[in-house]
Write a protein that binds this ligand. Structure first.
Ligand SMILES: O=C(O)CCC(=O)C(=O)O
Length: 264
């Protein structure tokens, strides 16, 4: 078992900022060598014909690839990367498991937008997750800028709990969104924050944080790998989605060594 690296602890100030704003952003957290290794692994996934890989009907372009950490060694290691898993374990105060892993390539010119929503809405309703002891993390594989479909966060919106959700008109799969009046109210309180940065940047956010994302009308791809972690005591109780969308392997994820991706 590789040595556990404990030097990725969040400062007290960062923990307080997470509690207040509902998110943290770390520009350029992983190196370009690590991102290149992940890009090679994404190519391997793209070549495969698996049920976990969802493609656009019209273009056959990758829409979303789930659960890659269960069958690809590089992504298995990413799910245990200490720079990601240590802060997550600290924020959730204990052992964590992977609730959902996905590669979201918001492809140049065709990547779709996402309505304003809270992740916990689906995790509670569709998966039976008992409470919000969970986080979503997003690792930038490409640069994310104002043009290529970045996410928008409403700082502090997680503190108002789960909001009434209505059916989203934008998504092909069952999804919900907040009513415009509520979004207006929350934005007048907290504003909008748009994390942008180079490949290797990482955001972490609370499952009740209200967020959305824009279409990608630019000529630049915007691939993000999202990993949603939950406390092992908060394992889902009533999954209705396939195992590769809402994981039912509740084994705790042990942090690997800092160079785990380059070693694979
Ligand atoms: O990839 C995106 O643009 C949005 C993703 C998102 O909203 C989510 O993972 O909850």
């Amino acid at each position: 078992m590789p040595a556990v690296n404990t030097s990725f602890e969040l400062t007290e100030q960062q923990v307080k900022a997470y509690q207040k704003d509902g998110f943290l952003f770390f520009p350029g957290l992983l190196s370009s060598f690590e991102i290149n290794r992940l890009k090679e692994a994404i190519e391997e996934v793209l070549m495969s014909d698996r049920k976990e890989v969802d493609r656009e009907e019209a273009t056959n372009q990758l829409r979303c690839a789930f659960a890659c950490h269960t069958y690809n060694e590089t992504f298995r290691r990413l799910s245990r990367h200490p720079k990601i898993i240590e802060p997550v374990r600290q924020l959730l105060a204990g052992e964590v498991y992977m609730h959902q892993f996905s590669i979201q390539p918001k492809v140049a010119f065709v990547g779709e937008s996402w309505d304003w929503h809270q992740d916990y809405s689906a995790w509670q309703e569709l998966d039976g997750m008992p409470d919000t002891r969970a986080v979503n993390t997003g690792l930038f594989i490409d640069e994310v800028n104002q043009y290529n479909g970045p996410l928008y966060f409403i700082p502090g919106s997680h503190r108002y709990g789960l909001q009434r959700a209505i059916k989203s008109k934008l998504r092909r799969f069952p999804a919900t969104c907040l009513e415009p009046e509520k979004v207006t109210e929350l934005i007048s309180e907290g504003g909008i924050y748009c994390p942008q940065g180079p490949p290797g940047s990482l955001w972490i956010f609370h499952p009740n944080l209200v967020h959305a994302s824009a279409e990608n009308l630019s000529p630049w791809n915007r691939t993000i790998i999202t990993q949603c972690f939950a406390h092992v005591d908060n394992a889902i109780r009533a999954p209705t989605r396939p195992e590769w969308v809402a994981q039912t392997d509740f084994c705790p994820l042990a942090p690997m060594a800092e160079n785990c991706l380059l070693d694979s």
